[in-house]
Design a protein around this ligand. Structure first.
Ligand SMILES: *Cc1c(COP(=O)(O)O)cnc(C)c1O
Length: 354
């Protein structure tokens, strides 16, 4: 029997209603996704023999209009491999100061790839092409050489903010002009595409490398892909193996990813609508920015106190700073859950932490 979708996976007092808004990574595979996983044809992918992994890689590469894609266990590994593809040890990657690659990847670029990251400040994580241009350091200056720029689309700590296409194209022009690569941490690029109606191929054309996640809003249990050209993809397979990311009968995971792409991409619009509804419910007690995608950021006096009080009431929220709480909508949060969460958080905010 399929376990109940509402059953808590953590030791919260059941049957307190549980709405988990910490992240869109908390989704569990649906019954249909599990059936696709069970039915997957598999082989040894380190030998290149898993037909379902190959199908996923071809599908994702095609969707972005690139030559190739490489299936990796996580977005963190995807970013690390992609950055290493475009930056040699002893060079730098420029990113915004709140980027996932400089905040949540535990220094992997430096520790594992010998890459220095340098940051530029950017409102809501949205890079300004002029500021990036001014920060680039070409070879021959006796300084660390800027090998690549990393853009986060959508921006996680920026509250799901979307880089406008015109900004991406300007970044492409600036980097191409300087002979610098452009990488996209596209963990949630799907959300940007759905929110703006931009084709994935249009985004794909802006970047040399992308790392895209299946395990966020798309609802797969595991998996990301590095999307790039054929030559770099070959190198990516070597880097992945070196990092211990070679997976054997990974078709069971790739099948979940294929199912997610086919069934869960368009429905991201529902997550966006629910995020807007959540913001609307909270607006009377707190100034909230209208969310562009599936993330609502809240500025509160004491984020931990708020999270603890909300958890007591069965609503789990993310803490991303001492005074910042993050609410993320996803596949496992329906309209009713949003109403429950909104009312609960409003009560908690007005009594406990506000
Ligand atoms: C989640 C996320 C990643 C990758 O995270 P993993 O947990 O390693 O899969 C990368 N970038 C951003 C912006 C993310 O939100």
């Amino acid at each position: 029997m399929e376990p109940s979708r509402a059953e808590p996976s953590r030791p919260y007092r059941w049957p307190v209603p549980l709405v988990d808004l910490r992240s869109d990574t908390v989704t569990r595979p649906t019954a249909a996704m599990r059936r696709a996983m069970v039915a997957a044809e598999v082989g040894d992918d380190v030998y290149g023999e898993d037909p379902t992994v190959r199908a996923l890689e071809e599908e994702v590469a095609g969707r972005f209009g690139h030559e190739a894609a490489v299936f990796v266990p996580s977005g963190t590994m995807g970013n690390l491999i992609a950055m290493r593809l475009v930056a040699d040890p002893g060079t730098e990657v420029l990113a915004d100061a709140d980027a996932h690659v400089v905040t949540y990847e535990l220094g992997g670029a430096a520790a594992l790839a010998g890459i220095q990251t340098r940051t530029v400040t950017a409102a809501r994580g949205l890079l300004d092409p002029g500021a990036v241009n001014a920060a680039l350091r070409p070879a021959g200056w006796g300084t660390v050489v800027t090998a690549a720029v990393a853009v986060e689309q959508t921006h996680n700590r920026g509250g799901g903010a979307v880089h406008p296409l015109a900004t991406l194209r300007a970044l492409r022009a600036v980097t191409t002009g300087a002979g610098v690569a452009l990488h996209c941490d596209g963990a949630r690029i799907w959300n940007a595409a759905v929110a703006t109606g931009t084709e994935l191929t249009t985004y794909g054309a802006c970047f040399d490398t992308l790392s895209v996640c299946l395990s966020k809003g798309l609802g797969a249990p595991v998996g990301s892909l590095v999307v790039t050209d054929a030559a770099r993809a070959q190198e990516a397979r070597v880097l992945r193996k070196r990092l211990g990311g070679g997976m054997r009968q990974a078709g069971v995971l790739a099948a979940a990813g294929l199912h997610a792409l086919r069934e869960h991409l368009d429905r991201l619009a529902e997550d966006h609508a629910r995020a807007r509804r959540l913001a609307e419910l909270l607006a009377p007690v707190l100034p909230v920015c209208a969310p562009e995608t599936n993330i609502v950021g809240l500025r509160v006096p004491d984020a931990r106190a708020l999270a603890a009080a909300a958890a007591e009431e069965g609503v789990l929220v993310g803490v991303t700073g001492p005074g910042v709480v993050r609410l993320v909508t996803h596949l496992d949060v329906d309209d009713a859950a949003i109403e429950v969460a909104g009312v609960t958080l409003r009560r908690v905010l007005s009594t406990v932490a506000a």
